[in-house]
Design a protein. Structure first.
Length: 257
């Protein structure tokens, strides 16, 4: 017979916290909360555009959910801060710590290095929504005529000061804002001594990324077209299927390690 332990109690508590947020997002999606974002993504693909995904820190995981994975849309590209080192003029030392993601000026070179087309739409994820590179890229994308979708924690972003010189948050810039439902500080469990653990934003953001992907692919299929979707490269015919569709967006999408 199993015996309840403090650890198992925490597992149950964390599961409740995650489940309640997933259920909240599901209900919102079924009520149409993601429809505007899905329409922007579908419209970009219809026009031959690409979905440009960006996130820094742990929010880069959101961009990885959007771009280049099995079951995901092929006309997608992940923009990463490390591109200014791999392809640009920055020294590798800038990748140490969080200074680069807080630097608003880095986005000029980052944008110039990215394969952005005129019909592309940007999906930018940031739990805090206030760091310089996040807000800076959103502003630059808007300046150049692109639509921007934000995935952020409204509970967190409204309680912290913007770090961009404009004084704006990501939610102030975006055309569509999606709340990832994470609380202020992200963690949902309090341990003895007042220590908070159990972040949820990565899980809810990944769920949102999949809902956006599913919704966009379904909208394309509803019009009688075949959605350009990856299948696993680890099943027979996967590489051939994927490479054939990737060739349609040659030099528009990157699949870096």
């Amino acid at each position: 017979m199993s015996v309840s332990t403090p650890t198992s109690d925490l597992v149950r508590a964390y599961t409740r916290e995650v489940t309640s947020r997933i259920q909240e997002l599901s209900g919102q999606a079924m009520s149409g909360s993601l429809d505007d974002a899905i329409e922007l993504l579908k419209s970009a693909i219809d026009k031959g555009g690409v979905i440009q995904a960006f996130g820094t820190g742990h929010s880069e995981a959101f961009a990885m959910e959007i771009a280049g994975r099995a079951g995901g849309l092929i006309p997608t590209n992940r923009i990463a801060l490390r591109d200014v080192v791999l392809r640009g003029t920055y020294d590798v030392e800038v990748l140490t710590g969080s200074s680069l993601e807080r630097n608003p000026s880095v986005v000029n070179e980052l944008f110039a290095l990215s394969p952005v087309g005129p019909e592309d739409v940007f999906v930018i994820a940031s739990n805090s929504g206030v760091n310089g590179s996040i807000v800076g890229l959103a502003l630059l994308a808007k300046e150049k005529g692109h639509k921007v979708i934000a995935v952020t924690s409204m509970a967190h972003t409204l309680k912290v000061e913007p770090k961009h010189p404009s004084g704006k948050r990501l939610c102030d810039v975006a055309d569509v804002v999606i709340d990832n439902t994470a609380p202020f500080g992200d963690a949902v469990l309090e341990l003895p001594g007042g220590i908070d653990v159990g972040a949820v934003s990565s899980i809810t953001a990944a769920f949102i990324a999949q809902l956006l992907t599913i919704g966009t692919a379904n909208r394309i299929a509803e019009e009688g077209k075949k959605p350009p979707v990856y299948i696993s490269a680890n099943i027979p015919g996967g590489d051939e299927h994927n490479h054939a569709l990737e060739d349609l967006y040659k030099d528009r999408i990157r699949r870096d390690a």
